[in-house]
Write a protein that binds this ligand. Structure first.
Ligand code: ADP
Ligand code: MG
Length: 274
């Protein structure tokens, strides 16, 4: 699903990613561990096109999304992202947060079809060969109604239907993060990237967020998770990557990494966190 080839990212003369090569298959659950400052967040942001790589390729379903000429918005909609700090829009209600991207994309697609049809009509006036128009079987109202229905279904799933019309500031950290997760799900992503999804939570709220991620894992969703929750990584990951100083120093099954680490840096890191 994703092939990362020799990905490098520098900020000025700070080389943060020094050549990352990794393939992620559909359905895999990849946990990324490693010390603070090793480039884990930068790597996820490159995967999601929130950062332009300095060099290298990221092939997502056959298209190099590191290539500036590619319309990243088309690809980004298939990659959900969940952040440590939730990143909900505080001036929008819970349901508006969840509906925002699907409505935006839906209307964008609708407008671009209308726009293309306009030019096909013009062309057809002057050309002998008549091109068919794009079929438009939706409206703005339909797009919004569908997004609302889907958002309510997702809120029901996490037991927060009654929070649909409140603002995020009234929610607990665990509730905010579960809403951020279903907001990502609302786009029907093919993969979800998590950047330390439980690091900003009070301890008693970690469980509810991990449980929801576990459910997604069990449903077969492809997941890439930067985490400090080693027990969780061990439980759900199909593969663990250890990153240090902008490189993947070791990758293996969770059992191997945690009970039999090979790299000296992995051993040092695990001895501190386990
Ligand atoms: P991690 O998530 O593993 O803690 P990061 O990817 O956040 O690491 O950061 C890796 C390094 O890149 C750090 O030294 C950080 O200061 C630097 N860095 C990250 N983002 C930027 C940025 N936008 N501009 C400059 N330096 C950055
Ligand atoms: Mg980070």
């Amino acid at each position: 699903m994703i092939d990362v080839i020799n990905l490098k990212k520098s900020y000025g003369n700070l080389d943060v990613l020094k050549g990352i090569t990794i393939s992620i298959k559909e359905g895999e659950k990849v946990a990324i561990i490693g010390p603070s400052g090793s480039g884990k967040s930068t790597f996820l942001r490159c995967l999601n096109c929130m950062e332009d790589p300095t060099s290298g390729s990221i092939i997502f379903e056959g298209v190099d999304i590191a290539d500036m000429r590619v319309d990243i918005n088309i690809h980004r909609r298939h990659m959900g992202m969940v952040f440590q700090q939730f990143n909900l829009f505080n001036n929008k209600t819970v349901i508006e947060n969840i509906m925002l991207a699907p409505v935006y994309i839906g209307i964008h697609d609708l407008n671009s079809k209308k726009f293309k049809n306009f030019f096909i009509r013009l062309r057809n006036i002057f050309s002998k060969e008549k091109k068919p128009l794009y079929e438009i079987n939706t409206t703005r109202e339909k797009i919004k109604a569908d997004a609302r229905e889907n958002a309510l279904r997702l809120l029901r799933r996490i037991g927060l239907e009654d929070k649909a019309n409140v603002y995020p500031s009234t929610l607990s950290g665990g509730q905010k993060q579960r809403i951020a997760i279903v907001r990502a799900l609302a786009m029907n992503p093919k993969v979800i990237l998590f950047d330390e999804p439980t690091s900003a939570l009070d301890p008693e709220m970690v469980g509810e967020v991990l449980d929801l991620i576990k459910q997604l894992a069990a449903e077969g969703m492809t997941l890439v998770i930067v985490t400090h929750e080693m027990g969780f990584a061990r439980e759900i990951a199909t593969r663990v990557l250890f990153m240090d100083e902008g490189r993947i120093l070791e990758e293996n099954t969770p059992d191997e990494i945690f009970s039999n680490p090979q790299n000296i840096r992995t051993k040092e890191f695990l001895s501190k966190v386990l």
